[in-house]
Design a protein around this ligand. Structure first.
Ligand SMILES: Cc1cc2nc3c(=O)[nH]c(=O)nc-3n(C[C@H](O)[C@H](O)[C@H](O)COP(=O)(O)O)c2cc1C
Length: 255
């Protein structure tokens, strides 16, 4: 039996996780948010982690998940999806697993459209086409229980400077973790609440209210059909809105 724990805002990592799960036998998918709400001893032989790169590192919520993870898999893999630069995300994952006496047997990166910087549609299409063979190869490697960790690279610049400077810029300059809703645009559909893997959004009088447990995944921002949600100074118009074209709302609702 296998399990893939994932975090996904715009669907890139969920899509990669689904493709890997299809090639593995008897594999279930679970969000890191769900595991954090209710940690339990994982008895699966194969454990995978699929998530995006944030600020040249793992998303903080994934780092938290790895600290909470109780597992002794025979085979463990990590795949990160990214707009262009993983920094030291896989190194961080391998170190966090090693602290739990779990060996990372296979690690890989996949370039997919960046959901932070809006990128032009034609470029997105090309990136998604280019990602397809990489994801297929990764899925095959994992199904074959291949050992390959060349993608686990130290990057001290990101460790000591890049990650904290990037977070500082996002939080203090862009104020991007200050999620707000334009009440005039919001129609109270509740999609933001459905796609929030941290269960951090509640609807009060038909409008979203954001709690203090945001994973910064921008899922609510991208999935809002009214473009009513802003992330600090990141204000969405339709040209910036991106969700993976093969992922739908039902899939995003996850567990
Ligand atoms: C807060 C934030 C920070 C990001 N930082 C990076 C980064 O440092 N390097 C990079 O290549 N992509 C970065 N990205 C882009 C995502 O890693 C990429 O688009 C990923 O595929 C999104 O996956 P998802 O759709 O599963 O959430 C960042 C995205 C967000 C939301």
């Amino acid at each position: 039996m296998a399990v893939i724990f994932y975090l996904s805002g715009s669907g890139n990592s969920l899509y990669a996780a689904q493709q890997i799960a299809d090639d593995l036998q008897e594999c279930r998918l679970e969000t890191v948010g769900s595991y954090l709400r209710k940690p339990y001893p994982v008895t699966d032989e194969v454990v995978g982690i699929v998530c995006p790169v944030y600020c040249f590192a793992l998303p903080p919520v994934v780092a938290k998940f790895l600290e909470a993870l109780q597992a002794k898999p025979a085979y463990c893999f990590g795949v990160v999806t990214m707009g262009g630069n993983q920094g030291r995300a896989l190194k961080q994952m391998s170190e966090a697993l090693a602290a739990k006496r779990i060996t990372l047997n296979y690690a890989q990166t996949v370039m997919m459209p960046d959901n932070f910087f809006g990128i032009p549609l034609e470029k997105r299409v090309k990136m998604l086409e280019a990602a397809e063979p990489s994801i297929n190869q990764i899925a095959k490697d994992i199904a074959d229980r291949k050992e390959a960790v060349a993608a686990v690279k130290e990057a001290l610049l990101w460790k000591w400077f890049g990650t904290s400077a990037s977070w500082w810029y996002l939080k203090n300059r862009l104020k991007f973790d200050n999620m707000t809703v334009d009440a005039a645009k919001c129609v109270g559909c509740g999609i933001c609440q459905d796609v929030c893997q941290m269960q951090n959004i509640t609807l009060v009088e038909g409008k979203p209210v954001f709690g203090n447990n945001c994973a910064n995944c921008l899922g609510c921002f991208h999935w809002c059909p009214q473009s009513a949600i802003s992330a600090g100074k990141l204000i969405l118009d339709n040209s910036k809105r991106y969700v993976h074209p093969k992922i739908n709302l039902q899939m995003m609702k996850g567990d």
